[in-house]
Design a binder for this molecule. Sequence first.
Ligand SMILES: [Zn+2]
Ligand SMILES: [Zn+2]
Length: 128
Amino acid sequence: MRKCSESANGVPFYARKSAVSRNIEESDLDFRHFRCCGDEDLYPFGCPRCDRLMVFCYECDTLHGDLKNLGSQEFPVNSVDSAHPVFVCPGCAYPFEFTFIRDGRYKASAERWVNAGFGHLIDSTEQS
Ligand SMILES: [Zn+2]
Ligand SMILES: [Zn+2]
């Protein structure tokens, strides 16, 4: 019997163990690094234009826009007007649509996170 397609077999992408180009998901992040509201719900993603990696807390609408300086959370976020971008990329001003979280294309691979020097932000149980 032949399997028809990858996506039809019911195994979610993130659950597959081939670590090569696995995308970083919320559960991969080491939450200890991100302090905004105390009830962090974090969405890791990358800018499609300049490749900047960022994390958005959709609990309190805080953009952790500079992962090299996690204390800095002074990035303007529009959390009320769905007709406008939720924020723009601090690096290149790329506008992220209000519902960008629903669009999986902003997710970035584990490889990209490690290569960018942010491997320490990923839960250490995932790294070895
Ligand atoms: Zn938060
Ligand atoms: Zn950018």
